[in-house]
Design a protein around this ligand. Structure first.
Ligand code: CUA
Length: 326
């Protein structure tokens, strides 16, 4: 990560005070892997450095004054001072200079982030209570796990299907709102391959806390492979699985390419390829999938996935089918 000297000094001072586990956390500012997140990180550390200098300076001066000028037996009252033009100019001037410097740095960093290149990959994101829909070119639709190519600018069109959500992946960029009836554009370029955690950062109802997302930044070739796999149809359902899926009208809410067309819940065409179930609430394993199908309200209370009271066998059959949709 690029870091200039005041930033580096503040980082060093803070690193002493903050436990390593916190620094490793994905929501901490040091995990920037895009130029956008690096800009935010740089400004964060500059302001932190200035604040650290002020804190030490003010507390140091206070301590010095308390000790040095404390009351002593037989001491006279000090001579009162009324106004000191030079002092007042200094303590007015310092904040003005600080604000001008921070403003200048901010405008400089913002200027880098505005251009959207002709090669940007367009992805439309729709916020739902409480999951994320991702629409890629050529009708590839997926949910909760956003794949992007490393080194290529991503142009996100942010929408909402219900209430205000807020898209936030700290390693990649700042926060941007998803507002019903409004279109917001957001960009980032992932600098290195990896998996980055994100979350909805604006309260949006019961399961706001479990409106997580995962961003997987792939090398371009791996990304193309992923996209081709998402575009290809999944394996056919067994008659038993299809019967359960149809009889319970799962397809009224969910899409599985070639099977159903529901639009209000996550697209399941390739659910088996994702890392989590329920927008990050549990990891995607066959066992967890069965658990989720049997008691969605225990796994994610308030979720709009109803409890269909599947028998163990039914849940198993359906889970096996869904997990096969890689
Ligand atoms: Cu969506 Cu909070």
């Amino acid at each position: 990560m690029r870091m200039r000297w005041p930033a580096a000094a503040a980082a060093a001072a803070l690193a002493v005070a903050i436990p390593e586990s916190a620094l490793a956390a994905p929501f901490w500012q040091t995990s920037a892997t895009s130029s956008q997140a690096q800009s935010i990180s740089f400004l964060f550390w500059v302001v932190m450095a200035i604040a650290a200098v002020l804190l030490v300076g003010v507390l140091g001066a206070l301590l010095l004054i308390v000790v040095r000028f404390r009351d002593r037996p037989g001491a006279f009252d000090p001579r009162p001072v009324y106004g000191n033009l030079r002092l007042e100019m200094v303590w007015t001037g310092i904040p003005i200079v600080i604000l001008i410097v921070v403003f200048g740095l901010m405008v400089g960093e913002m200027g880098k982030e505005i251009d959207i290149g002709p090669n940007a990959l367009d992805i439309t994101l729709v916020g739902h209570q409480w999951w994320w829909e991702f629409r890629y070119p050529d009708n590839v639709v997926t949910a909760n796990e956003l794949h992007v190519p490393v080194g290529r600018q991503v142009r996100l069109t942010l929408l909402s299907a219900d209430v205000v959500h807020n898209f936030w992946v700290p390693s990649l960029n700042g926060k941007e709102q998803m507002i019903p009836g409004q279109t917001n554009i957001w960009t980032f370029t992932a600098g290195s391959a990896g998996t980055y955690d994100g979350a909805c950062s604006e309260y949006c109802g019961t399961q706001h806390g479990w409106m997580r997302l995962t961003v997987v930044a792939d090398q371009p070739a791996a990304f193309d492979q992923w996209l081709a796999a998402q575009r290809a149809p999944g394996p056919a359902a067994s008659p038993a699985a299809l019967q359960i899926y149809t009889a319970n009208a799962c397809g009224g809410c969910h899409t599985i390419a070639g099977v159903s067309n529901g639009k209000v819940a996550p697209d399941l065409s390739h659910i088996g390829s994702r890392q989590t179930i329920g927008a990050g609430v549990i990891t995607n394993t066959p066992d967890n999938m069965r658990r989720w199908l049997q008691s969605p309200q225990d796994v994610k209370p308030g979720s709009y996935m109803p409890d269909f009271h599947f028998s163990g066998d039914q849940a198993q059959t359906l889970a096996t089918y869904l997990e096969s949709l890689k």
